[in-house]
Design a protein around this ligand. Sequence first.
Ligand code: TRP
Length: 470
Amino acid sequence: MSEATQTATAGTVADDARHDNPMWSSRLAFILAASGSAVGLGNIWKFPYITGENGGGAFVLVYLLCIAVVGIPIMIAEVMIGRRGGRSPINTLRIIADRDKLNPRWKLLGWMGIAASFLILSFYSVIGGWAINYVGHAASGAFAGASSDAIGSMFGGLLGDASSLLMWHTLFMVAVMMIVVRGLKSGMERAINILMPALFLLLLVLVGYAASTDEFSKGLNFLFAADFSKLTTEGVLSALGHAFFTLSLGMGVMLAYGSYLPKRVSIVKTAVTVSVVDTVVALLAGLAIFPLVFANGLEPGAGPGLIFQTLPLAFGKMAGGSFFGTLFFALLVIAALTSAISLLEPVVEWLEEQKGISRLTGTLIGGVSIWLLGIATVLSFNEWAEFHPLAFLPVFEGKTVFDILDYVTANLIMPLGGLLIAILAGWFMNKQAVENELDMGNGIGFKSFMFVLRFLAPAAVAVVFIYNLL
Ligand code: TRP
């Protein structure tokens, strides 16, 4: 039976037509959009600080392994499932379950993604708010000649002030909602075309500055010399979780994007390109930051404030620093916004599918609930800094609400979603369909990919997972 007749006989889902016009005009357009979702605070804010907390090199090595062995295969699988189904995540999973005679519960995977988007955006928006605040600091010249103590207390002052954190969080969330309510997709595509390369160039400028300091080799060493005595099992789980977080995997986002991908485009090449771009941005951020950490006698394990306590020092000392600093934090805000939009979109889409909810109402309900939950993250840095609500469970000991949200999404929900995607594509989905989608022939390349997808990736996730929970 041809693909077309299969679609026509799919019965229950016939009402929800396949997207007839693939959205992406080219492979490049898809790569830019997927990178827009992948490249965000995860690369520039989170990667450096968790690398610092986990002692550097060995963690980076494990992270790179996770990207290569687990992240890329699962991205390929996710995009492939999306293109085969050609619909929104929940419906795509429903149609594939239907077609391949699988358990209809596979669509729960779509729900999990919506839940994760909801939780992630609630803290993502607070950090996005910090970045907005820093655009203002940079523009007002506050970094010029400032000592590391002054920069440190600027950041400490922001965290300690719940009402200003709340204001910046609100501003970020309002911006996300305003874009999502209009469904501004084509504008986004055009904006990303310019902004992604600009962000890249600016990171290069910062790496150039870091290379001019005496501590560049120490920074390089910290990032790339692996000292396994510093690696903990929780560190391995963080590396794995971050591979999912940074590539936006296991939540149906790549599945949704894949549903718009034209048939002639190579999924494998495309997924590899997106992953490489994302990884390079993270490594550049690390290269820009760690030399400054050492040059200024700061602590690599300073935590979530790391970039806000190091990069301003560089801007404070370099020629044209106020200009470059303003531009950098503005680009960071935009990178955060493009990711945040793809976090709110699935929540709104799901609300819209409920009868009688318009896009406006959906955006308001979704946005305001996420904003409300975000207040818990705002308070985690001040009033609730010592509040550890789930401390009775050993994994959550000493964790604030923000830490818990971050842990549960990146280290539990996303890897679990990814695991299920690998299992669906590797074991349950019609093998011929997988072969057709991937279009690699049936040679050694395809066979090794299937091996990774069926055994290696699921085993890696399962082992790390179970080891950590015990
Ligand atoms: N990848 C994004 C980043 O690195 C964060 C993210 C995680 C995300 N999951 C997502 C973005 C889903 C969009 C959709 O910042």
